[in-house]
Design a protein around this ligand. Structure first.
Ligand code: ZN
Length: 456
């Protein structure tokens, strides 16, 4: 049955957003610049006690050597790189830098990547052309990734290092299950691990306004962009922090996404101080990824690229919805088998639509009436069972005011099942069986109700 459930796009407003800041921020978000970078670093081993009560965070820097197309002069690229490395060193951070090989312009840029290695950072693969996996076929995408892998692995081998990490451009890991699986298989076979992001944010969107303000020498604009940059990052970090902590009911380690550019080079010192004041300590990839939170499986499929906690949250929501629906179906079957047709129909909405080869009933009362006529007594009712053959929770993509893609709640569920009616005490009646498509919607009190039932 073609009962459609629309995937809505919702806009959620960050609760702590301040009106004064919104205007400034929107200017930044609307710019067309679209890179992505991450860096990570581990603090020098602090005393054991200090370690235990501070939350580890891995810093990752995407789109190395320099994100986007703004800074083309080799001297400027070197100056920005030196500034980024200096602030990372000042905070004893060992980052993971993700290289977009298409951003590497000849020997001068290779020299910049070597500076990252010499400073003790690790480099990973962030593709060649920074393609959106959502909009690219698997073969083209894999060819692009593999090309970059070969180049970066060669560079690392000169430094006796092995390439370990890959990060999806724009965090888009697959818009279909087949695409998700294809990349997972490729990464496994090529010895690369997907390096997820837990603290997703829009830091990249500040690069252009920052560069423009600096080029103009406009002190007021520089200050405004800096304030908006920090405000935006603080909001994103607090949000994702809360999501992860609620899922795991503890302070889980985090992986922060940053991008290689001039705004970061100028603002990371203040950002890292804020993180330290917030109770973080900078940790390396091995320590952070060893946390069991990063081993929780998920199979998130979507066009956009949300952070890891949102993916895991979605997986858990689907599991919970399935459990709730199965409980509901068991309760219905129990009611039927007690001869309680009213109880059986209680989980239909008042305006439900029921269709079968014999026609269409509209509304719970009509459905109940139909059952009463068709199955007037216990002998006719027999013993019902329903096997769930397929379950699908329907969710969509929300976009936060900060511009982050975020999976929505599950608003509806469709179930394909096989129903069977047996009459063990009445051999004159044959067993009847057929298929059903049930569509459930979540009601205001959070419970599920059947809005459509197509049984045949
Ligand atoms: Zn990127």
């Amino acid at each position: 049955m073609g009962i459609g459930v629309d995937r809505g796009v919702e806009v959620h407003f960050a609760r702590r957003a301040r009106t004064a800041w919104i205007g400034t921020f929107f200017v930044c978000v609307l710019c067309s610049y679209f890179p992505c970078a991450v860096s990570t670093r581990a603090q020098e081993a602090p005393a054991e006690e200090v370690r235990s009560d501070r939350r580890p965070v891995l810093i990752t820097v995407d789109d190395l050597p320099i994100a986007g197309g703004l800074h083309r002069e080799p001297e400027e690229r070197a100056r920005i790189t030196d500034a980024m490395l200096e602030v990372l060193a000042r905070h004893n951070i060992r980052a993971v830098g993700l290289v977009t090989w298409g951003n590497v312009n000849g020997p001068a840029d290779i020299a910049l990547l070597k500076k990252w290695l010499a400073a003790g950072h690790e480099l990973g693969n962030h593709s060649h052309r920074h393609l959106s996996y959502t909009d690219t076929d698997v073969e083209t995408y894999l060819t692009d990734i593999e090309h970059a892998r070969g180049k970066i692995a060669d560079l690392l081998s000169e430094h006796q290092q092995t390439l370990r990490f890959f990060r999806f451009p724009m965090l888009r890991e697959g818009s279909t299950t087949a695409k998700l699986d294809a990349m997972r298989e490729y990464l496994r076979e090529s010895g690369q691990r997907n390096l997820p992001v837990t603290l997703d944010n829009q830091d990249w969107s500040f690069e252009r306004p920052w560069a423009r303000a600096v080029a103009a020498g406009d002190e007021q604009a520089i200050e405004q962009v800096a304030e908006a940059y920090h405000e935006s990052l603080h909001l994103s970090i607090r949000h994702h922090e809360r999501t992860g902590d609620q899922i795991f009911e503890r302070a889980v380690p985090q992986i922060l996404l940053l991008h290689a550019g001039s705004v970061g080079a100028a603002q990371w010192d203040r950002l890292f101080k804020w993180l330290a004041d917030r109770g973080y300590r900078f940790a390396d990839a091995d320590e952070v990824l060893a946390d069991p939170a990063f081993a929780e499986p998920h199979a998130y499929v979507g066009r956009r690229g949300p952070g890891l906690w949102d993916r895991i949250l979605t997986q858990r929501r689907h599991q919970q919805a399935r459990q709730e629906i199965e409980t509901l179906i068991e309760r219905q079957v129990g009611a039927w088998n007690r001869g309680d047709l009213e109880g059986f129909c209680a989980d239909y909405t008042e305006d439900t639509i029921f269709i079968s080869p014999s026609g269409r009933s509209q509304g719970r009362e009509q459905v109940l009436e139909r059952y009463r006529k068709r199955y007037p007594d216990r002998s006719a009712q027999g013993t019902l069972s329903i096997d769930v053959l397929d379950f699908k929770g329907h969710d969509g993509t929300e976009v936060s005011m900060l511009g982050d893609a975020r999976p929505s709640r599950i608003h509806s569920v469709s179930v394909v099942g096989r129903w069977t009616l047996e009459h063990p005490d009445d051999t004159s009646r044959e067993t009847a069986t057929g298929l059903t498509l049930l569509v459930f919607e979540r009601t205001q009190d959070g419970s599920w109700k059947i809005v459509r039932d197509a049984s045949m």
